[in-house]
Design a protein around this ligand. Structure first.
Ligand code: GLC
Ligand code: CA
Length: 559
């Protein structure tokens, strides 16, 4: 009897958990063939000579992005802000920051992108505002008002647990922050309010419910203007004290349902750093990046950068190991289970670019790009990585780029280099420049020069994207299987197949030549498709692979 009860309970529980997911509308079809391009608006393209990129600049460069092969944009926050964290401290969610243009400019960007078959996703800073936001100013008041409970305040300014900030406010209390002190957390409630902390409200309280409703109002506003979706900043952190993410998952399922009811083609992307979990919560895509398990960083973070490391796989010294990435990647693929996507970007605005430290030649970058463009996930090019723009160390703090006095993000946010001479305020060393990149290397990437050079990183990236688009097995449809991804071993070998066609990819980012033999029966021929310095010969049920230093190869297997 007891046994039956346990079974009945588990069935009910499972049904409950599944109902949440099965009630969701499908991920829009367009995501399957999405190629994202991330734009940091302040540094992309300036059109009025004030040294700051703007929306008109993005519109001007849509044809370039399309030429590159990307069909979906993600813009970092472009709303009215105090710019103490580069726009992640919003003052007005309904208004474009004047330095970027107007709401009408943004609308025009949506329209121009759509004309070209491209989508535009905005950055939704859902969890916190600027401390200059009028809501927060209201919330500080002694008199109870509409915004009193929209932020998280202790009941006494001397009660200040970790992550709470005190100051001189009308009300007696300290507020909870999310990131910098100037970013007070919006109140979405606590999954498990602590009885010893009487200020912690449940998610069903009035303040948290109103915060949630406002979030959806903001989304509706931009979607009805033509936005195609959102990348949600710090997505797992809205609801506090939610160790199993039960309430967090409910929140995102509700938000997604709401969003897709009116806008079924719109997309919800997480900054979670754990795609398996984000997709379970209702997100359609999430990134493998510097956050979460040590996977992306073990591949790319070398001795220089925002987060330097002693070793990584894509490094000439050949001392890295691919196993942490491979196991995290395969686990995430299993967990997203066809219900959403992983994105492994080239970089983003929070950590070093691909071109960093000793990874500083076009040939090394090409090995890394071949890897990123042949995974089963959705590709994302962080502006500038397509030309090999370098991470620059030692730049001064700019609008909150420096975290805790030591993690510097400025070096990954420098101006796009359109050419060497022109481009108001954006050329190297120009005092009007938003940043002052001092790039003393001889390899000075810029779009104009690289467009005219068939062997440039830019043309390489463009042709690689083109190859992936034309080869179903290399896209999100093809399954991935790692054939050689041993601890501390080179090269990295994996296969991509859609059941009809099979490709093998070989990557050797190290400076040394490696030869390996893999069991792989029934291969007649390995046809080179995209190869530099790698040879594969099938022999007696084996694949003999010979990879020179800094080499890559995509081969089609004929079985
Ligand atoms: C996210 C953003 C980062 C920002 C932080 C606080 O991690 O990507 O740039 O500083 O959230 O909003
Ligand atoms: Ca400008």
């Amino acid at each position: 009897m007891k046994f039956l009860l346990i079974i009945a309970c588990s069935v009910l529980f499972l049904a409950g958990a599944m109902a949440q997911n099965t009630s969701l509308k499908p991920v829009p079809e367009w995501m399957k063939t999405a190629y994202f391009y991330q734009i940091y608006p302040q540094s992309f393209k300036d059109t009025n000579g004030d040294g700051i990129g703007d929306l008109n600049g993005i519109i001007e460069k849509l044809d370039y992005i399309k030429w590159l092969g990307c069909n979906a944009l993600w813009l970092n926050p472009c709303f009215e802000s105090a710019f103490m964290d580069a726009g992640y401290d919003v003052i007005d969610y309904y208004k474009v920051a004047p330095r970027y243009g107007t709401n009408d400019d943004l609308k025009r960007l949506f329209k121009e992108a759509h004309k070209r078959g491209m989508r535009v996703c905005l950055d939704l800073v859902a969890g916190h505002t600027s401390d200059q936001h009028p809501w927060f100013k209201e919330s500080q008041k002694k008199e109870k008002n509409e915004f009193t409970d929209r932020y998280i305040w202790t009941s006494d300014s001397t009660v200040k647990p970790e992550k709470y900030v005190s100051g001189t406010f009308g009300r007696n209390g300290a507020y909870r922050k999310n990131f910098f002190d100037c970013q007070p957390a919006l109140n979405y409630g606590f999954a498990q309010p602590d009885p010893d902390h009487p200020w912690e409200q449940p998610v069903t309280a009035e303040g948290p419910r109103k915060t949630r409703a406002e979030l959806m109002r903001i989304m509706d506003y931009w979607l009805s203007m033509g936005a195609d979706g959102f990348r949600v900043d710090m997505a797992p952190s809205l609801i506090k004290n939610d160790p199993d993410k039960v309430e967090t998952n409910k929140l995102w399922a509700e938000v997604r349902s709401h969003m897709q009811k009116k806008f079924p083609e719109s997309v919800l992307i997480a900054e979670w750093g754990h795609p398996g979990r984000a997709v379970q919560a209702g997100f359609m895509m999430d990134f493998m990046i510097h956050l979460g398990p040590d996977a992306f960083s073990s591949m790319f973070f070398n001795e220089e950068g925002t987060y330097p490391r002693d070793s990584c796989y894509f490094r000439l010294d050949g001392k890295g190991t691919p196993t942490d990435f491979v196991s995290a990647y395969m686990n995430n693929l299993r967990d997203v289970d066809g219900k959403g996507y992983i994105c492994v970007p080239t970089a983003n605005h929070d950590f070093q670019r691909l071109a960093c430290g000793s990874r500083n030649t076009p040939e090394q970058l090409k090995v890394a790009l071949t890897f990123l463009m042949t995974l089963q996930s959705i590709p994302l090019v962080y502006y500038g990585d397509e030309i090999g723009l370098r991470f620059i160390s030692g730049l001064p703090d700019k609008e909150g780029s420096l975290i805790k006095g030591k993690y510097n993000r400025a070096g990954t946010r420098t101006p796009m280099q359109w050419n060497t001479t022109k481009g108001a305020g954006f050329s190297d060393g120009d005092p009007a420049s938003f940043y002052l990149p001092v790039d003393s290397s001889t390899f000075r990437p810029n779009v104009e020069a690289e467009m005219g050079d068939p062997s440039s990183v830019l043309n390489f990236t463009r042709k690689l994207i083109e190859l992936r688009k034309q080869t179903d097995a290399l896209g999100t449809n093809g399954k991935i299987e790692f054939l050689y991804a041993q601890k501390c071993a080179y090269p990295l070998v994996y296969k991509r197949t859609n059941g009809k066609e099979t490709y093998v990819i070989v990557l050797n980012p190290s400076a040394q030549r490696y030869q390996v033999e893999l069991n792989y029966p029934a291969v007649l021929r390995a046809v080179p498709v995209w190869v530099n310095q790698v040879a594969i010969s099938p022999e007696n049920g084996k694949l003999r692979i010979d990879a020179n230093g800094v080499s890559y190869g995509i081969f089609k297997l004929l079985e």
